[in-house]
Design a binder for this molecule. Structure first.
Ligand code: HEM
Length: 325
């Protein structure tokens, strides 16, 4: 298959959208210093997805997990050192977050084209945007100019929202980052693509809350499928089930239709239907894909601006895994 062109990349992609990749503070940030930036990133994401369709989902999640810990500063990419425990081995990330090699490959190409110019944090942000549009989702302009953090935080990474937490707790974690309930509902729509390991929802399948029965809020036929994928034994913990089994790799609004039909896989996803405000947004997005696409782009830009480093703060890493190189 040919690499993507402005026409083929996504129906929603319009020629000139690169113009939208503005700086966080002013004019287009890498326009002069790295004019091929968006092309290089898009090609890197496209070829990774050609190789592994799930990579679109993994790159989107990588961005979320970067932004929620120390801000969108590429901290998740840092390897552990003798003096710093990084984020990669935190509970929510270890054997779970994927895509590090894709970012490395894009960074290597960028170092050839414009050495020492583009931050790893901006690469992760652009990669998430391109992943969504290549999976059939919306396209949006990304403010650029993030700098890379000098440190990572394992303890903050261990505080990522968990699928076993209440909606109230999850919302509080979003609020602490300057986001709100609407952002929780909209950004959870990312679970329209990608997979979850059985251990992240297995407690719903056999003995929900000690009842000896499955979660009553789980559709019977989905329950049967999930029980087949994740039999009630320890060695099924790392097996994978799609988060949206209807359109597994397509970025669409079916995730919300699933929630309306009691077919959310994670308990934290289905929990959106237990709050009146959240449920009415879910119902709205389940009916109107346009509003989901539109609101998703707004919430993604909001998330991508959490705690960004600009000006003289941080650095531009040459190798995304190491500081001061
Ligand atoms: C609201 C709180 C959230 C919780 C509790 C949550 C939880 C999870 C869990 C447990 C998984 C499966 C991980 C595994 O089995 O290894 C997952 C996967 C995923 N999450 Fe979330 N998530 C949340 C929000 C988000 C947000 C805000 C995004 C992006 C905007 C996102 C994007 C994804 C994607 C795309 C996947 C699939 C990744 C893949 O297949 O590699 N999630 N999430």
């Amino acid at each position: 298959m040919e690499p993507p062109t402005t026409q083929s990349i996504s129906k929603s992609y319009q020629a000139g959208d690169d113009e939208q990749d503005k700086a966080i503070n002013g004019c287009k940030f890498y326009d002069r210093s790295c004019p091929n930036l968006t092309r290089i990133v898009r090609y890197g994401v496209w070829s990774a997805i050609q190789n592994d369709t799930r990579m679109a989902a993994s790159l989107l999640r990588l961005h979320f997990h970067d932004c929620f810990v120390n801000g969108c500063d590429g901290s998740i990419l840092l390897d552990d050192t003798s003096t710093m425990k990084g984020e990669k081995n935190a509970q929510a990330n270890q054997n779970s977050v994927r895509g590090y090699e894709v970012i490395d490959a894009i960074k290597a190409n960028l170092e050839k084209a414009c050495p020492g110019v583009v931050s790893c944090a901006d690469i992760v942000t652009l990669a998430a945007r391109d992943a969504v549009s290549l999976a059939g989702g919306p396209f949006w302009g990304v403010p650029l100019g993030r700098r890379d953090g000098l440190t990572a935080s394992e303890s903050e990474a261990n505080n990522m929202p968990s699928p076993f937490e209440s909606l109230e707790n999850i919302t509080a974690k979003f609020t602490a980052k300057g986001l709100d309930l609407k952002d929780v509902v909209v950004l959870s729509g990312a679970h329209t693509i990608g997979f979850a390991q059985c251990f992240t929802f297995k407690q719903r399948l056999f003995d929900f809350g000690g009842s000896g029965k499955p979660d009553p809020a789980l559709d019977a036929s989905l329950l049967q499928n999930l029980q087949t994928t994740c039999p009630n034994q320890g060695d099924s913990d790392t097996k994978l089930a799609p988060l949206d089994s209807v359109t597994i790799n397509r970025f669409d609004n079916i995730y919300y239709q699933n929630l309306v039909n009691n077919s959310g896989v994670l308990q934290s996803d289905q929990a959106l239907m237990t709050d009146n405000k959240a449920a009415s947004m879910v119902i709205n997005y389940s009916k109107y894909p346009y509003y989901f696409s539109k609101d998703f782009t707004v919430s993604m830009v909001k998330m991508a601006n959490i705690g960004v480093l600009t000006g003289q703060s941080g650095e531009i890493r040459k190798n995304c895994r190491v500081v001061n190189n």
